[in-house]
Design a protein around this ligand. Structure first.
Ligand SMILES: CC(C)(COP(=O)(O)OP(=O)(O)OC[C@H]1O[C@@H](n2cnc3c(N)ncnc32)[C@H](O)[C@@H]1OP(=O)(O)O)[C@@H](O)C(=O)NCCC(=O)NCCSC(=O)c1cc(O)c2ccccc2c1O
Length: 288
């Protein structure tokens, strides 16, 4: 919002949001703001934004786009319209071998790789949820780093009702969020929970009026954009390191490498190799 008094600087968190669309996608849209927010929207409102393989392939491509874009610091994942964030796998293309991509006879679960990609992506991903986050759509928001929900949001798992289950992050991350007993309740009873209940159980970060969902989510994004991107990257990796085992440690370790490469000590090793001389590491302290 423009300040009425030109002497008073505009709070960047209050700047109006102008989205620019890019890419050519069938099931999603990809938009960015000039100040570094990317928004990925599932555009299948006729099925409450259920995903088919193509949808997940496109989300994955858009995440790569957002990751590679050095201007982007935070990513919003959402669904088109106000009735649903996402209702999970499109049951119309669920085959006997997994979800079927067009023109393929053998199915698979594209979410397996997508969940890993979201977890390893070194920028915060924020789920912006209006309406249903159900089944695999619920797991998607669980895998996001933060969730802002509209007051009409409804959360729940339906797997055991429809002959499915997600024992991956849909179980482990969920129980980290809400505790083991509550996570088991969510899966064993397949109830739906409203936004307030979800907030109370630690499943989401905030509930806002539906009409303010995007402005509030953008405000959260801008607060993150004002912070050190590398510190956020390391915090995301740190939160996942233990649960992700060696691969979690790998992420943190390689992030440390990124920092180490900038140090005179690492540079001495590189320069000595290139100059075909012995490296002089004696100049560096053996730090306590
Ligand atoms: C979400 C609902 C509770 C909403 O109910 P409501 O009564 O408001 O709306 P309708 O039921 O009338 O829905 C409107 C319209 O959308 C269609 N639709 C909704 N969800 C889906 C869906 N997931 N797939 C296909 N179509 C859907 C619905 O049929 C209506 O169409 P019309 O033509 O009749 O108008 C309720 O809709 C609901 O319960 N939906 C089903 C939720 C569901 O079963 N989701 C799948 C769960 S399993 C899953 O997601 C999953 C995916 C994976 O990739 C996995 C991978 C690995 C392991 C496990 C996985 C997994 O479990």
């Amino acid at each position: 919002m423009a300040s009425e008094n030109p002497a008073v600087p505009v709070d960047p968190a209050e700047e109006p949001t102008i989205w620019s669309a890019s890419g050519s996608y069938e099931d999603i849209s990809y938009e960015t703001t000039a100040d570094g927010i990317a928004k990925i929207t599932i555009c299948r409102p006729e099925v409450h934004n259920a995903f088919r393989p193509q949808t997940l392939i496109e989300i994955s491509a858009a995440l790569v786009e957002a990751r590679e874009d050095e201007r982007v610091g935070v990513i919003i994942l959402t669904g088109q319209g106000t009735r649903a964030f996402c209702s999970g796998g499109d049951q119309r293309v669920r085959g006997d071998t997994g979800y079927l991509e067009e023109n393929k006879s053998v199915g698979r679960f594209h979410v397996t790789d997508l969940h890993v990609q979201m977890r390893r992506l070194p920028k915060p991903i924020i789920a912006m949820v209006a309406g249903y986050a159900i089944g695999g759509g619920h797991v998607l928001h669980v895998v996001c780093d933060l969730t802002i929900a509209a007051d009409n949001a409804r959360f729940g798992q339906v797997g055991p009702k429809v002959g499915s289950f997600d024992g991956g992050l849909g179980a482990s991350s969920l129980s980290q969020l809400v505790g083991l007993k509550k996570a088991k309740e969510i899966w064993f009873l397949c109830r739906q929970y409203d936004a307030q209940q979800a907030l109370e159980m630690g499943l989401i970060n905030a509930v806002v009026p539906l009409a303010e969902l995007e402005t509030q989510t953008v405000k959260w994004c801008r607060e993150m954009l004002a912070l050190s991107p590398f510190a956020l990257r390391l915090m995301k990796a740190s939160f996942h390191a233990a649960e992700d085992g060696y691969l979690g440690i790998q992420q943190l370790a390689h992030d440390t490498n990124l920092l180490f490469y900038g140090s005179p000590e690492a540079q001495e090793g590189r320069e000595a190799f290139k100059a075909k001389r012995k490296p002089d590491f004696d100049q560096f302290p053996k730090r306590a």
